[in-house]
Structures are given as structure tokens and as C-alpha cells.
Design a protein around this ligand. Structure first.
Ligand code: KG4
Ligand code: ZN
Length: 336
């Protein structure tokens, strides 16, 4: 039997709703970004995010229903991201989705944002294959071994800054605005990555953890000595190469250790051109296939939440309508 699911994502600064039929038929997907609002503050302000979600949700959900040509009572289940994320932001999306579920007398699914990113490269499949998964976003850098839906082993994580956070902090130091990951990617395309030698934190350590705060400090100290506008592409390329080197070598090592033939990159930083090219080249040499999520599934979005929810729903894993938010959810808890 076919099922139609509506998911809401409000964990950070994107207000998004998606309507998904089964695991892969997209009936609607709406994303309203608040990035411009937060850019003025140089980062996401939780209370501003929460007020903006409240303002945007009626038209985001209404717009999704309208473009799918459906009424709320024609939806079979409602999902929302309830962990991890900014507490006041999570509360808005979760409360609205629970209200819709109660009003339509349908099940509610409390979803994990990280599982949304993790599964996004397999959008449409009824079961993800065994693989090594790397989530690289503004808030997380995580490495998992996955043997199927719900079977996740946490292999490594960042001990300080996330990869996207490092991009954003360095972009801020360079005066490139917020969030600046995509701008560094763009400038680096014409730069010489071998010109400046920045540290590769924990690349040689035997574990699969990451550290990017030393790299950020090294770039800051370097910039304090003064730099010229014309050096920007080389600085961006050299910084980016340090991040990419560490990510790719640990992704490759994790896949080899577990004997996996598929590896994924998900989250906002997986849009980085150099990361994609280097990962593809290094992995293919070892007979490992790289899978990425489609562009609209990389940064925060409700469609990846709807897809993860569709896998939960297929197994009857619905939540209590009183399920609480868990803003500080530790990714190790995903590993049951
Ligand atoms: O997954 P996401 O939307 O949010 C979180 O869940 O955190 O990721 C946003 C992050 C930001 O840090 C942004 O700078 C980064 O992804 N990002 C990029 C690129 N596009 C987005 N970083 C490097 N290169 C890119 N092309
Ligand atoms: Zn995210």
C-alpha cells in the first residue's frame, strides 16, 4: 500500500517541508532559508531562528500541500526533526507537525537530523546498502559504518569544530560573509593549493576522529601577519586542501578497515567540489564507489527527513505524540 508522508525540518536556519510518497516520489519540497537574516549577526541566533520558523511555517507547509494538490487529512503520517539542533527552533517544527498529526488523527514520527543526512545519498531506496558514511555539515563531522537501515556504528567524530564550522570561521576571517563555505570553494578554484602549508589535524593519528580548531588557529595567525587581496584564492585553496586531505584519508581508511565497497559524503560540505573530486579519485583507486546525495538533499532540507521517516514508517517505528525534542542528542545514541 502506498503511503504519503509530510515532514518538517526546523533544526537550524532552514524552514522546510516535504511531501513524499513511499520512499522516493517527491510530491512537494519547499525550503525557506533564513541565511540572509542571520548573516547580519555573523552566525545563527537561536531566538531569531525560532521566530522566523514560526512566521514561515504556515506558508511553507501550506505551499507544499498546495503544490502536491493535497489536504492535510489526505496525509498518512507527519514527521519532524526533533534532534539534534537549536532547542527553540526544533520546538516550533515539532509542535506544528504534532499538531497536524493530532488534528488529522495520524501517526507522528520524531526524526533525527543526523539520520536524515546519513541516509540522504540513498534517497528512494527501501533499504540502504552496507557502506561507510561521512556526514560533513556546519554542525557535525561524523564517520559511521552502516550495515543497513538502523544499523549504525560510530567510527569517528570531530573533537572540536565541525568541517563546515572551520570553513565558516575561516571565511569570516577572510571577510567573505556567512556562511562562507561555498565562497571558499569558489575562490579556491583559481588558487594554488600548494602555496601555503596549513596543518592537517589528526591525519596521522590511528583513530578515525577529527580536529579542525588547530587549522583555524593556524589560518588566523597566518592572516594576522597580513595578506593581500590577490592571495585570497591561494589561501582558500591551501586551507581547503588541508580539510579535504584529512576527510578523504579517514573516509578511505574507514571503508578499507570495514571492507566496504560503497562510501558516502552527506551534509552541506559534501557540495564542495574539491572534496568530491579527491574523494572520488582516492576511493575509486581502491575499488570503492562514492555516492553523494542530490544537490537539494545536501544542505538542510525536509526531504531527507521525509525519506528517513518513510523507512521508519515502513517498519512501524512511529513515535508518541508527546515525544520530546532532544537538542543535544549524542550521535552515539543513533547506534542501537
Ligand atoms: O548540512 P548543512 O546545511 O547544515 C548543518 O546541518 O550544519 O551544512 C551547512 C554547512 C555550512 O558550514 C556551509 O558553509 C557548508 O555547509 N557548505 C560548504 C559548501 N557548501 C555549503 N562548505 C564547503 N564547500 C561548499 N561548497
Ligand atoms: Zn544538517
Amino acid at each position: 500500500m502506498s503511503t504519503i508522508l509530510l515532514a518538517v525540518e526546523t533544526s537550524c536556519d532552514e524552514t522546510s517541508a516535504a511531501i513524499l510518497q513511499d520512499h522516493g516520489t517527491v510530491l512537494a519540497h519547499v525550503i525557506a532559508s533564513q541565511a540572509a537574516t542571520h548573516a547580519a549577526y555573523g552566525g545563527v541566533v537561536p531566538e531569531v531562528a525560532s521566530r522566523s520558523h514560526l512566521e514561515a511555517l504556515p506558508s511553507v507547509i501550506g505551499g507544499a500541500l498546495q503544490s502536491a494538490g493535497l489536504r492535510a487529512d489526505e496525509i498518512d503520517a507527519f514527521a519532524a526533526t526533533t534532534s539534534p539542533g537549536l532547542a527553540p527552533a526544533l520546538l516550533i517544527g515539532a509542535s506544528v507537525a504534532k499538531g497536524l498529526a493530532l488534528g488529522a488523527n495520524r501517526p507522528f514520527l520524531a526524526m533525527n537530523h543526523l539520520e536524515g543526512h546519513l541516509l540522504s545519498p540513498f534517497f528512494g531506496l527501501a533499504e540502504p546498502p552496507a557502506h561507510t558514511a561521512m556526514i560533513v555539515s556546519g554542525g557535525h563531522t561524523l564517520l559511521f559504518d552502516v550495515t543497513g537501515f538502523g544499523r549504525y556504528e560510530l567510527l569517528g567524530r570531530t573533537l572540536d569544530d565541525a568541517a563546515g564550522e572551520a570553513f565558516d570561521k575561516v571565511a569570516k576571517l577572510l571577510g567573505l560573509g556567512y556562511p562562507g563555505g561555498a565562497e571558499i570553494d569558489r575562490l579556491a578554484r583559481t588558487g594554488d593549493a600548494s602555496r601555503f602549508d596549513f596543518p592537517r589535524g589528526m591525519q596521522a593519528s590511528p583513530d578515525l576522529n577529527f580536529s579542525f580548531s588547530g587549522l583555524k588557529t593556524a589560518v588566523r595567525v597566518f592572516l594576522e601577519r597580513g595578506f593581500e587581496e590577490k592571495d585570497l584564492p591561494d589561501i582558500c585553496a591551501s586551507f581547503q586542501e588541508s580539510v579535504v586531505d584529512v576527510l578523504v584519508s579517514k573516509l578511505r581508511r574507514a571503508a578499507k578497515q570495514k571492507g566496504r565497497t560503497i562510501a558516502t559524503l552527506s551534509g552541506g560540505v559534501s557540495s564542495n567540489g574539491r572534496l568530491q573530486a579527491r574523494a572520488k579519485e582516492r576511493l575509486e583507486r581502491e575499488g570503492i564507489e562514492l555516492r553523494l546525495a542530490g544537490p537539494e538533499l545536501r544542505t538542510d532540507n525536509a526531504l531527507m527527513i521525509a525519506y528517513a521517516a518513510s523507512l521508519h514508517l515502513a517498519q512501524g517505528l512511529v513515535s508518541s505524540p508527546t515525544a520530546d525534542i532532544r537538542p543535544d542528542f549524542d550521535p552515539v545514541l543513533l547506534c542501537r
